[in-house]
Each structure stands twice: as C-alpha cells, then as structure tokens.
Design a protein. Sequence first.
Length: 306
Amino acid sequence: MTAGEGRDRGRFDVVLEQFERHLRLERDLSPHTVRAYLGDVTALIAHLTAAGQTDLSGLDITGLRDWLGDQHQAGRSRATLARRTACARVFTAFCHRRGWLASDPGLLLGTAKAERRLPKVLDQTEAGAVLDAPQADEPKDLRDRAMLELLYATGMRVSELCGLDVDDVDRDRDTVRVMGKGRRERTVPFGLPALRALDAWCVRGRPLWVREGSGPALFLGVRGGRVDQGTVRRVVHARLAQVEGAPDMGPHGLRHTAATHLLEGGADLRSVQELLGHASLATTQIYTHVSIERLRAAYRQAHPRA
C-alpha cells in the first residue's frame, strides 16, 4: 500500500468511526443494529475502493445502485437488501450533513421492500409441552424454565430479557418493567406460572450463582455474569427440540407465539402493540394474518366442504 493509499483509507476509517458514534450516541440504536449498519457501510466502502474511489466525494446514486445491484447478484435476500438500502440512506444523509457529500444521493434510492413472511409459531398444545416439560431442581434448570415462562408470558425480546434486573419484577402487581427499543420503557403483566418459575429461580437458583460482579442482573450465566443472548437462544432451541412436531425457532419465535395466542384469545390489536412495545401498529398487524392463516388451515382440515 502506498502512502497516498494509506491516507485515503484513513479517510474512510474516520468516516466509519464518526458514523459509529452517530449510530450509538445520537440515534441510540441497539448494539445489534449498530453492528449490522457498520457491516453494510464497510461493504459499501469496499465497493467504492474496488471501483477506484479514494474518498466519499465521488459517491452518487449510480454508485449506490451498483453496490445494491452487486448485492442482488450475490443472492442477498430481500430483507438484507431492504436493510442495506435503509442503511445507505442513513449513511448518505449523515455524510451530507457533515459536509463530506455535496448532495445526498440516498434520497434518490427506491424503497426495497422486504418479503413479508408469516412467522412460525407454536400452537397452544406445543407451547404447553415446551413449558411443562419435567425438569430437575438445579440452578440451570430453574433459570431456563423462568426465562422460557417469561418470554412466552410477556412476548418480550431476547435483548430485553437479558437486560432485566431483579428490581424490574414487581411481584405484588405481577408485572415486569421492560426497556425496549429506543429506550422506551413499558410495563408488561405476566401470569402465575411465570411468577412461580421466577420465585423458584430467585430463591433456589440465583443465590447459588451470584458472584461479586453479578450486580442486579435477574438472569445469570454459570459464571455469575449477566446471561447473554446466545445462551437464551440455545436454551429455547434445546427445549423445542424435545417436543415432537414443534417447529425450530429461537426466542423471537416465542414472542410471535405469545402475540398470536393473545389475539386468538380475544385481545385487541392495540393492547398487543403496547405489550410488545411496537412503535407502529402496522408491525403488530402481521399477527392478525397469522391468526387468519391458522383459522384457514383448521377450516380446510375440518370442514367437509372446504
């Protein structure tokens, strides 16, 4: 690499560093979203470098479309293309405000809509089998049951579950305080099975794993630190694998399941939106489609003239 190339690469590095600060501190995005956006911008910068550009001044709508076209040719999913289009808009707007771009080419990008697939959910029999499976009385078993019960009872995200502290649970009101996306706080109720599982974990399990650095975390790992999302995902996959016929899904599948069962039980859409912490009602409406499809399937199976 020549000295000039090193300076040019440094410019891109400065842009990337400033963009990361913008995402974390100004937009307050989740660590997962920040990583995804930085990966997208890194790929865009690599595309520009391969095309012979040494700084951002030459980035225009043609370059953006070429990059997205290459992603499409590489077989990226519609969901990935939609996210990268959204990221490109955020990035070019940021660079324009900072004076690195004379105009904002992202404004000319079309909207890449992600394919809307209905999420896989458990039926109520499968959900019962997952949650009521026999277990031992060891700390790990008590923790895993409490996490599963709370995920299904509240429909919270896995990141929200991992972020819970002991004081977030109100046992008098059977509610839990959840910090959602955009640092929006909400209070979500839960039922008696979740309360019993939480009490068992907090009384007979958590005290055995607490260490000096555990802090107020509600759910702990075996070394005493706050449980991580990967551990929760492994717990959910392992428990579902024990139930014959149950679809394989992660914690988000339990969120989908909780929302679907709430609607099937008569909850109104606005209440489900509030429970899940959706900023838009349109996001919640997908669960009405899930319920309708399940109704159609039952009709086709049961009705003699279907």
